[in-house]
Write a protein that binds this ligand. Sequence first.
Ligand code: GLN
Length: 284
Amino acid sequence: MNKVMKEQEYTLESLYRYGRDVLSSCGIMEADTDAHILLEYAAQIDRSSYYLHMYDPAGKKTAEMYIKLLNRRAEREPVQYITGEAYFYGHTFLVTPDVLIPRQDTEILVAEAEKRLCPGMRVLDLCTGSGCVLLSILNSHHAEGIGSDISPAALAVAMQNQKRLGLQAEWIESDLFTRISGVFDMIVSNPPYIAADVLGELQPEVIGHEPVTALDGGLKGLEIIKRIIREAPAFLKKDGWLLLEIGFDQGDAVKRLLAEQGFKETVIIKDLEHRERVAAGRRS
Ligand code: GLN
C-alpha cells in the first residue's frame, strides 16, 4: 500500500478509488468494475452494502486482503478466477483455472439450443468445462443431460456447479465421443476453436491464465470442430440437432463441413455484435 493510504484512516470508498487507480495505471480496461468486485470480495459485502457503508472505516484486514487481490489482478489474473465465480445466463457459476470463464457470447449457444428443445430430450454437451452451457439448458428445460470433457478437473467443477444449482446431470470423462454411447436429440458444444497460430495474440488474461486445451483448435481453429461434425451423426437421432459455438470467421467453413456430413437446415447465427457465433444443423 502506498504512503498516502497508510497515513489516513482508509474507508471503503478510498480503498475503491485507490484500487481503480492502481488497475487503470496497469492498463486494465475494466479497472472501475474490477476494483469494485475485488473490494466487495475482500470485505465480503455486496454492492448495496458498499454504498451504505462507503465512508465507514474499512478495517486493516479488508485493506490488506484487497491489496493482495489488486496485485493478482494487476498480474492479469482474470477477476473471475480471483473470486472463483462467473455470471452466465442468469446464474453464478464456480470457476477455477481448470475451466474457461463463461463468455457472454456463449449465451447465444444456450438460447439457440433452447429454441430447438422439447421436454424430455436427451442432450449431450461436449467440452463442457464449467458445465455452464448444459446446466443453463437444464435449468430452464426438463431434459436429460450428459456433459463430457477431456479434463477430469473441469468435470469436478461442472459437478460442483450442478450440485449448487440443484440439477441432475451425468458427467463423462471423454475425448469428444470416445467414451460416449447411445444417441441424442441434441448435441451442443463450445469446443476449442482458436487457431493455434494466433493463440499468442489473445489477451494476457486469456493466454496467461485460461486452460489452453479449452482454446486451441489447431490448424485454422477447426480441428476439433471437424472431428465433432464428422463423428456427431452416429450419436444423433434422425432430425437431431448439432449446435456449435464457432469463431467469427469460421461460418462458411463450418457450414460446408456440416453439409459434407449430410446435415440439413444448416444455419450460422450471429451474436449481439453481428459476428458469426453459432453453427447449427440437423441430422438427415
Ligand atoms: N470465445 C473464446 C475466446 O475468445 C474462445 C472459446 C473457445 O475456443 N471455445 O477467448
